[in-house]
Design a protein around this ligand. Structure first.
Ligand code: FEO
Length: 401
């Protein structure tokens, strides 16, 4: 049975919620699922904004058929070619052979790579600033390269002031009836997943996100319709400001994230004691994370949130303990900047992770690594405990609380 939502007088959400998915992109755990949003506009011509993942095609086509109610589909606008949104393009063409496909030059290169239907006779190539009139509505196209793939673009309905924002302003999490962000306690229940989505999916491309935000700031936007998660119609400034912070690598929390990689518990013990020392000195909202049990995507999200990050890590095979290797590699891959970093190493015969972690993070720019380091030999002793206290003082001084 169809499951659609009417958003404006002539625009419908025809997407699908996927609550069976365990790993988004086969890598990110999504315990609350994910939505693949698609929107259908009934104007003189009918317009579909993107499709959905192939796993959701049955529901998707029921939704489209219901809203079209016997009309044909005139246009499919492809804002993003990642398969969680483009997978049903071939099936759309099969079902609605007269459909014209709207995309940019790069979109059509990718369509030809993913599909083998006749693209040439259907394609309408658009570039920055081009428009498409469908009757009452005029759609303007703006390129959004690397938000999140090179071909990504956004579409602005100049008539109803709707921004179809592709991956931007999306979040992990399936929708539960409430399609608007303001119908949920977004700031409590959704924001962590929105941050985890942003930081892991597009966090690396802050400069490109800033470019898109600049374009968006020139528009009068009444609705933001992303490809994942709720639609924004109120507090648009709030989510735009979050994107502004995240894309400029500006910390949201002036506090300390302690990430530890501990084999037998002694490094964890040091991390725990450091957290106590910080708390005694007035630091609030400290977060302690076990790199072995947290998914790296959660650590990335936290790393984008906190101003100060302590990495405490055991030496393992004369290298960085593997779970911490993953975390550091991913942080380095996501261009994290403007952070103060502190390092703690442990090793029973040759503690080596201060140097190794320094190397692992070397390509990141605009971070400060505190001079105070802690070296533990097997377990904390008087000497390393004193180093830990010095480190705590140094962090608190730097926090300026
Ligand atoms: Fe939701 Fe980049 O795809």
């Amino acid at each position: 049975m169809y499951s659609v939502k009417k958003i404006t007088s002539d625009m419908y959400w025809v997407g699908v919620n996927d609550r069976k998915i365990a790993l988004f992109e086969n890598v990110y755990p999504v315990k609350n699922g994910v939505s693949y949003n698609s929107y259908l506009i009934l104007d003189d011509k009918t317009v579909l904004m993107d499709t959905v993942d192939s796993v959701a095609s049955l529901q998707f086509f029921e939704n489209i058929e219901h809203v079209l109610a016997g009309r044909k589909l005139d246009y499919l606008v492809v804002n993003h070619m990642e398969p969680d949104h483009c997978a049903c393009i071939g099936a759309i063409v099969e079902k609605y052979p007269e459909v014209k496909i709207v995309g940019n030059f790069k979109t059509f290169v990718m369509i030809s790579q993913f599909f083998d239907f006749d693209v040439e006779s259907r394609k309408i190539v658009v570039k920055e600033g081009d428009t498409l009139s469908t009757g009452k509505h005029t759609f303007a196209f703006a390129m959004a390269p690397m938000v999140h793939w090179p071909e990504a673009m956004v579409t602005y309905d100049t008539t109803d002031k709707v921004l179809y924002s592709a991956d931007a302003f999306g979040t992990f999490g399936a929708l539960s009836g409430n399609i608007y962000a303001d119908e949920t306690d977004f700031e409590v229940r959704w924001v962590d997943e929105a941050r985890r989505y942003y930081t892991n999916i597009v966090g690396k491309y802050g400069v490109q996100v800033q470019a898109l935000l600049k374009k968006a700031s020139a528009l009068d936007i009444k609705l933001i319709c992303p490809l994942h998660g709720p639609v924004w119609r109120e507090h648009i400034g709030w989510i735009v400001e979050k994107y502004n912070l995240w894309s400029t690598y500006t910390p949201e929390e002036n506090s300390v994230l302690i990430v530890y990689g501990s084999v037998h518990g002694h490094t964890e013990n040091a991390a725990d004691i450091l957290a106590n020392m910080l708390a005694e000195r007035g630091v609030k909202n400290i977060k302690l994370v076990n790199a072995s049990t947290a998914h790296f995507s959660e650590v990335i999200a936290d790393a984008f949130k906190y101003s100060h990050i302590v990495f405490a890590c055991a030496t393992y095979n004369m290298s960085i303990f593997p779970p911490m290797q993953v975390v550091l590699h991913e942080i380095a891959e996501h261009n994290l900047q403007k952070r103060t970093i502190a390092l703690i190493e442990n090793g029973t015969w040759t503690p080596a992770t201060v140097n190794l972690m320094t190397e692992a993070l070397a390509k990141l720019k605009n971070n400060t690594v505190l001079d105070k380091k802690v070296t533990i030999k097997s377990a904390l002793d008087e000497n390393s405990f004193a180093q830990l206290e010095e480190l705590a003082k140094s962090i608190v001084e730097d926090l300026k609380i």
